[in-house]
Design a protein around this ligand. Structure first.
Ligand code: WQD
Length: 338
């Protein structure tokens, strides 16, 4: 019996693969390397087992997906594979709807066809859009602000309806802002091109790949004028996926349940930069510039439901995230390179 991890060579997928192996599960990864590297698979195998099964493939190709279910004894799925750049989604919405919704539908159809019931879906706090009340709970109003966010919102609905009609057991994990890396420094975030997200930008400035951080807005209604987010260590996030699969064998069996994966602590952009400077050991250049359109002023999670339903709480703080992310970035200045 094995867990199929789609997007398994990606930032969160690769860390989940390690956590699943450490929890004693047999893991099968599938990835098309559109936003990941074959070298990540080597790093995963070095941290788990050399014969960990990896299939290069596109989950939107039904024949390829069926072949994986037929060749391997899959009995649960974690679905990460998706395009995930918010800004790119606004310039290429149809590609995002086709790819992300097509992948979700294909995975659900393949599961039903092959009699697999248990699914953990990679959703996002972007489904909350601009929250009126923080911290956000799973009952907070939802409504996305970008095509990317709508693909997560719509995928959740697709899976709710599929779970109802076909008796699937589903957990929809709404991630906040992933950061950090495996403590060994051989696995980490390696965005294609110039990164959109704050922490990779901070670390690429620190390692000399970028000149300075542009801080998007210093005039928000927060304690230091910069936006607040709930940064969560990617290893905590990975552990949350193991806990979600376990819950599908327990109290979440027969349900389709949304769960926030956040720390419950908000950190501002300037606080992230300050924590990174401690990890790096020197100042990191930044300039406060205009706001980025579509940015939420502040959002962070109420993590109570994850504790109640998954028995999971984040264990690592912002200092650990910055320390582990810097450990990866300083050892791999250009990410996964031949
Ligand atoms: C964080 C803060 C920016 C870059 C992300 C993902 C989204 C979802 C949630 C998974 C904001 C500021 C950033 C920079 C900056 N994750 N910033 N300068 O927008 O919260 O969303 O996490 O689904 O997919 O995109 O994250 O890291 O882009 O921004 O000042 O160069 O950092 O304004 O306040 P965001 P982010």
């Amino acid at each position: 019996m094995a867990v199929l991890v789609t997007g398994g060579a990606g930032y969160i997928g690769s860390h989940a693969a390690v956590a699943l192996h450490e929890a004693g599960r047999e893991v099968v990864l599938i990835d098309n390397f559109i936003n990941s590297s074959p070298l990540a698979v080597d790093a995963i195998r070095a941290l788990t087992t050399p014969d960990l099964v990896f299939v290069e493939g596109d989950v939107c190709d039904r024949a390829q997906l069926d072949a994986v279910f037929e060749m391997h004894d899959i009995d649960e799925v974690i679905h990460f594979a998706a395009h995930k750049a918010v800004s790119q989604s606004t310039s290429a919405p149809l590609e995002y709807y086709r790819n992300n919704l097509g992948a979700t539908i294909g995975v659900a159809e393949a599961m039903i066809e092959h009699g697999v019931r248990k699914l953990v879906f990679s959703s996002s706090c972007t489904v909350y859009g601009q929250p009126d009340v923080i911290p956000v709970t799973e009952h907070s109003p939802t409504g996305a602000e970008s095509p990317y966010g709508w693909t997560k919102y719509m995928s959740e609905q697709i899976l709710r309806d599929a779970a109802e009609a076909a008796d699937l057991d589903v957990v929809l994990l709404r991630y906040f802002n992933p950061a950090g890396a495996h403590e060994g420094g051989t696995l980490g975030e390696d965005p294609n091109g110039v990164p959109n997200n704050l922490v990779p930008v901070v670390m690429q400035v620190a390692v000399g790949r970028l000149e300075k951080i542009e801080v998007f807005g210093g005039d928000y209604g927060t304690h230091d004028g910069t936006c607040i987010r709930d940064y969560i260590h990617v290893v905590d996030l990975a552990d949350g996926h193991v806990a979600a699969l376990d819950a599908l064998d327990g109290q979440l069996r027969g349900t389709c349940t949304a769960v926030n994966l956040g720390t419950g602590t908000g950190s501002s952009v300037l606080e992230v930069i300050a924590a990174a400077e401690v990890a790096v050991g020197e100042p990191i250049a930044y300039e406060i510039v205009d706001r980025r359109p579509g940015d939420v002023e502040q959002i962070y999670a109420d993590p109570a439901r994850a504790a109640a339903l998954l028995g999971w709480r984040s264990q690592r703080d912002l200092a650990a995230m910055m320390g582990d992310h810097w450990n990866w970035q300083s050892r791999n200045p250009h990410g996964f390179t031949e």
